[in-house]
Write a protein that binds this ligand. Sequence first.
Ligand code: AMP
Ligand code: ZN
Length: 461
Amino acid sequence: MELKLYNTWSRKSEPVYASDHEQLRFYCCGPTVYGPAHIGNFRTFIMQDLLRRVVEGIGIPTRHIRNITDVDDKTIRGSQAEERTLGEFTSHWRQVFERDCESLNLLPPHVAPSAVEHIPEQIEMIKGLISRNLAYISDEGSVYFRISAFENYGRLAGLNPDELKTNADQRLNDADEYEKEGVNDFALWKAWKPEDGENQWDSPWGPGRPGWHIECSAMSCKYLGHSFDLHSGGVDLIFPHHENEIAQSEGYSGEKFVRHWFHVAHLRIEGDKMSKSLGNLYTLKDIEGWGFTGQELRYVLLSGHYRQPLNFTRDSLSAAKSGLNRITKVASAIGVKAATHDYKYGRFAPVMEALCDDLNTAKALGALFTVVGEIEQELKVGQAVDATGLAGILDVFGFKFSDEPEADILAPAGVLVLAEERLQARMDKNWVRSDELRDEIADQGWIIKDSKAGFELEPVK
Ligand code: AMP
Ligand code: ZN
């Protein structure tokens, strides 16, 4: 199988492959650790995790790098407001992020480098850009990238030079911009200002700190080389962040930076943009406070195609709960105890094919439930079930259920069949039959209770 994925650079779907024939080397822009990540951030991180699982699921090993942004205006201001050092402040939020990732069953990246731990690498790259005349030092000791010296600037975002100029005209009055040659030139190094307090590092241009864009160019180069397979982030990063990364990296190495650009459209909340002022920057903690799990949020965030904005609603979490319950019940009834890595997809091959078609998750979930429905039917009539591929496909979706409490107390297939029959009887309002079935289920050692998802079974104690 081959994965085709839309490439922002070429504006068409293209195969994803490892150019070194060994592993797909890819870089994801990581979180800025100044507070909890919101569920919009997690849409992007989950899609990147799905991409990795699909690539590994078709037999290509990966090398996945995701950075931690732990020095910028937001982290500095946040640490000052709490009177903590930058390191204390960011390591707290980094831990919260990592805990959230675990609940959402995100595979940890192979390396998660932090910007603060890579200042020398960033300085080295800036020196190289100055020596190639692609960057200049301002009077106050900041360093800027000279975009007029980089021929392809704007190519990723599809901006032509005129548009860039218009963009620039709007910013001409910005007082902070006076020391730059060109208004779109961006900072590689920011000279120390009193409001930065103790947060300063030495450099050949005086004390200061790196700009945001240079960290990703320096760290991707260190861990993946000058040229690698794929780079990813939310659509808001296309311009200027990724455009600037291309200019820095290609300006520095003279090689093609990245072949495939993968961008995820934004999450919206009940029809609105996510924003502080609307108070809808929900976090995983909020979702758990409403009685839902990381797995259920993961399901919701996977349910729409990544190139379309996804509208989040609370109802979608309830739908996710029942969808996941159905999967868990079927898996347990046929003795699949955990999602495991496997390349055999059996009757689930159409699910994998949908995922390989530009990560069409909506179609893939539809295909998954078609097979789940077939299996439910087979269990009901007591037919033998071919479950080849179920564990593998659940691993590709990243649905973890082995250690969920429900999975431990799941009833055997025979009891499940009776429970389904009772559910049907209740839907038919056949209360006599429903009661008979409840007694039969009790005879087999199980108590049945009605629930939103249909029913729940508990062993008699
Ligand atoms: P940040 O921590 O702000 O640097 O963002 C981390 C990641 O989340 C980046 O890839 C952003 O592009 C992405 N992102 C930010 N807001 C949203 C959103 N509403 N929906 C999806 N992704 C987002
Ligand atoms: Zn980045």
